[in-house]
Design a binder for this molecule. Structure first.
Ligand SMILES: [Zn+2]
Length: 475
């Protein structure tokens, strides 16, 4: 289905394995795999959620379970660390190490152990925190995002230990964050505090998605993100809609009109001054997108240009929440104020601070009927692009091809991983690789989240192959 594999990629990945015994590693992973799945299931059973509304003791328990799993895998200096910021204690991260042999590089293996809340239990076909097999998939909150990332790292390291023993000299620092789903509030502070402990030549972030079942991907671009709230005020206080309605529009109506200006008639983002590019090497068929995103029949797609560019290299703006009375509590009242939260995905090339100003300026210029518009900026995260000419990226593409026996896609992800901007900033010389265990049907963050176990096995093998290739070939 992915038609635009480039020739350069096949040339650089189809060569010999440079002394890497792929078959032996495959066997090593196969030997370890069932145990790794059992460990994953044990991790899924712990509802560690880094949001204030949830029990922090579970998050601590989750970190302790990860630490124990790391210890059992032979990693040393296993620590549970957190930093305080603005009087608030961050989520518990697990850091564990394996020292580098002289002259060997060090790789930082990142994943996160905190998970999204389960959401509406009625939408789940199984218990969210009981890992449940169905067909080739393992269902449960965190089964994919991102406890499978943790076990891909650990399973790969155990297999390398089995197969190579002391011949594997690459230094490894396992870094399992405990607050990613809460937006990594203390991540930057954590990196600054533990800069030397986490320093590495290559950083592998196992928190992304493969292209589809059977086709791996290296995520080589990520959109940035800015979010914030837009509030519209029109009356000093609520008034009776029968007595006063007509000459003045209510706040939800005015807010809706303002929101409608954020896109043009094609559904492209209409905020001026944002970077956009239609250049992408991947052909993403519309039918795949419709299936993957569960778009209803008859709904027309928005935007212009190749579909992959609309997902990865053009901006996208969504309204992700609104403060208006619920239908159940509604009454015949002209509402004085309404508020919406927007989330704007930024293409590589857009500066987040400039983008935030562009939205602020847009909503203020488009205030409908002179309504008072209050703009409150929220979070920002920079976009990311991998230099695939760097050795680590070439090794990763090779490893993916070996593990799946098909060419990997150099994919973008429409989402952002804001902490990657922090990693880029604190470790400007490190080569950052964004890999994943998910596939489009993993439904991370939704009900019925799941992991495809066949893909998980390959992801684990690919990671082992990447590490052994770095071990044998260097950077
Ligand atoms: Zn994640």
């Amino acid at each position: 289905m992915v038609t635009a594999m480039n020739d350069e990629l096949s040339n650089r990945t189809s060569g010999d394995a440079d002394g890497v015994d792929v078959a032996a590693l495959r066997e090593g992973i196969d030997t370890r795999f069932d145990a790794a799945v059992e460990q994953l299931k044990a991790l899924v059973a712990i509802p560690g959620i880094a949001w204030d509304a949830f029990d922090p003791a579970e998050l601590t328990r989750s970190a302790e379970a990860v630490a124990e799993t790391a210890r059992a895998a032979g990693l040393t200096d296993v620590q549970i660390l957190r930093v305080d910021q603005d009087g608030v204690s961050g989520g518990p991260a697990v850091v564990a190490r394996r020292a580098a042999a002289p002259g060997k590089p060090t790789v930082l293996l990142y994943a996160h152990h905190d998970v999204q809340p389960p959401g509406d239990a009625a939408e789940w076909a199984s218990e969210p925190f009981t890992a449940t097999h169905a067909g080739e998939r393992l269902f449960g909150r965190g089964a994919a995002d991102d406890k499978a990332g943790i076990m891909a790292h650990i399973g790969a390291l155990e297999a390398l230990d089995d197969v190579l023993g002391d011949d594997f000299g690459v230094g490894v620092t396992l870094f399992i964050e405990g607050e990613e789903e809460a937006g990594s509030p203390t991540f930057r502070q954590f990196l600054q505090t533990h800069r030397d402990l986490l320093a590495a030549d290559v950083i592998v972030v196992a928190d992304s998605s493969n292209w589809k079942v059977g086709v791996p991907a290296l995520t080589t671009s990520l959109r940035g993100l800015v979010d914030g709230t837009i509030e519209v005020q029109v009356l000093d206080h609520a008034v009776h809609s029968g007595m006063f309605g007509g000459p003045v529009l209510d706040a939800p109506t005015l807010l809706s009109r303002l929101i409608a200006t954020l896109h043009d008639e094609n559904g492209s983002v209409a905020v001026e001054g944002l970077a956009r590019s239609e250049d992408t090497a991947v052909d993403y068929p519309e039918s795949d997108y419709r299936t993957d995103a569960s778009v209803l029949d008859g709904v027309r797609l928005a935007g212009t240009g190749p579909l992959a560019s609309r997902l990865w290299t053009q901006p996208a703006l969504s309204i992700i929440g609104m403060d208006v009375p619920s239908v159940a509590t509604s009454s015949n009242t002209l509402l004085p104020r309404a508020r919406a939260k927007f989330s704007l995905r930024l293409a590589p090339g857009s500066d987040p601070a400039e983008a935030m100003e562009a939205v602020r300026s847009h909503v203020q210029r488009h205030a409908p009927f002179g309504a008072r518009v209050t703009f409150t900026p929220g979070e920002t995260g920079a976009a990311f692009a991998t230099d695939t000419a760097e050795p680590a990226a070439r090794h990763a593409l090779w490893a993916l091809e070996q593990a799946w026996s098909v060419n990997p896609v150099e994919s973008g992800i429409g989402g952002s991983i804001p902490f990657i901007a922090d990693l880029m900033d604190i470790y400007p010389r490190a080569q950052i690789l964004v890999t994943g265990v998910e596939d489009p049907d993993s439904r991370a963050h939704s009900a019925n989240e799941s992991l495809h176990l066949g893909e998980f096995r390959k992801a684990m093998l690919a990671e082992a192959l990447l590490l052994v290739r770095i071990n044998s070939t260097g950077l």
